[in-house]
Design a protein around this ligand. Structure first.
Ligand code: ADE
Length: 254
């Protein structure tokens, strides 16, 4: 069984509408939908926004269901100028940019675990990346009206395998973004792919509870002054459609 998490209603809505629901389990204030989607047994749950909310959700998911791995799907702000709105970032590693226990630990390092970077499952990440590429090359126009893509200036979207930084902060300031980008580069020697608010928390929960995880983010904004404007419309019109199409390619191994 595959556990699928999303932080926002719109991110899970189409998946929920397309799944065959067999049972709904109410745990910790969340509804866990058990059933099948594109021939796979899944449990789908809306986590709510932020690291604590997603940690509760992921922990209950892993504890109550026989989960093979956790798949997190959502949107994110671009982390560097090569990543554009409409692209997808699949995580290779994830880090919490707001963790700072200096002087006892290095910046970003989680106490006791002595780790800043949490790895996604490598095989799953590569499969998800390849499913995303298939979606872009063969199925995009079926799921999203080309006029809608044009409205958001999405032309030939790309799939990236890159590091994702998470924190309890919606980034809408280019200076703040640059600071996160530069810190991660100088501290961890990795290039920031995107910023969001849950992925690295899921990765830490999965690391501590011994479950593979994989995280996919559609870029909804540039994490600068226009982030909140781009974000809402994009969520409704584009990223929810991406989620459905990419999960179909991923589950059917297209
Ligand atoms: N999710 C989508 N865009 C984001 C941003 N700019 N900052 C944090 N999380 C996001």
């Amino acid at each position: 069984m595959i556990g699928i998490l999303g932080a926002l209603h719109e991110e899970v809505l189409l998946l929920k509408e397309n799944m065959h629901i067999e049972a709904v389990h109410h745990l910790g204030g969340r509804d866990y939908y058990e059933g099948t989607l594109f021939g796979q047994r899944i449990v789908l749950v809306l986590s709510n926004i932020g690291k604590v909310a997603v940690s509760i959700t992921a922990t209950l998911l892993i504890d109550h269901f026989d989960i093979d791995y956790v798949l997190f799907i959502g949107v994110a702000g671009a982390g560097n100028s090569f990543v554009k709105i409409g692209d997808v970032v699949v995580a290779d590693f994830l880090l919490q940019h707001d963790v700072d226990v200096r002087p006892f630990y290095n910046r970003h390092e989680v106490a006791i675990l002595n780790k800043a970077l949490f790895a996604a499952d490598e095989a799953l990440a590569h499969r998800l990346l390849s499913a995303t590429k298939t979606f872009f090359s063969e199925h995009l126009s079926v799921h999203v009206d080309p006029k809608t893509l044009e409205k958001f200036s999405v032309y030939q979207p790309q799939a990236h395998l890159a590091t994702i930084a998470s924190g309890d902060q919606f980034i809408q300031d280019a200076t703040v973004l640059r600071d996160i980008h530069d810190r991660i580069w100088s501290g961890q020697n990795v290039i920031l792919g995107c910023v969001e608010m849950e992925g690295a928390a899921v990765a830490q929960v999965c690391y501590e509870l011994n479950k593979p995880c994989v995280v996919l983010r559609t870029i909804s904004d540039n994490a600068n002054h226009s982030a909140s404007i781009d974000f809402q419309a994009f969520l409704k019109e584009v990223s929810s459609q991406y989620a459905l199409g990419i999960v179909e390619c991923f589950f059917k191994n297209l």
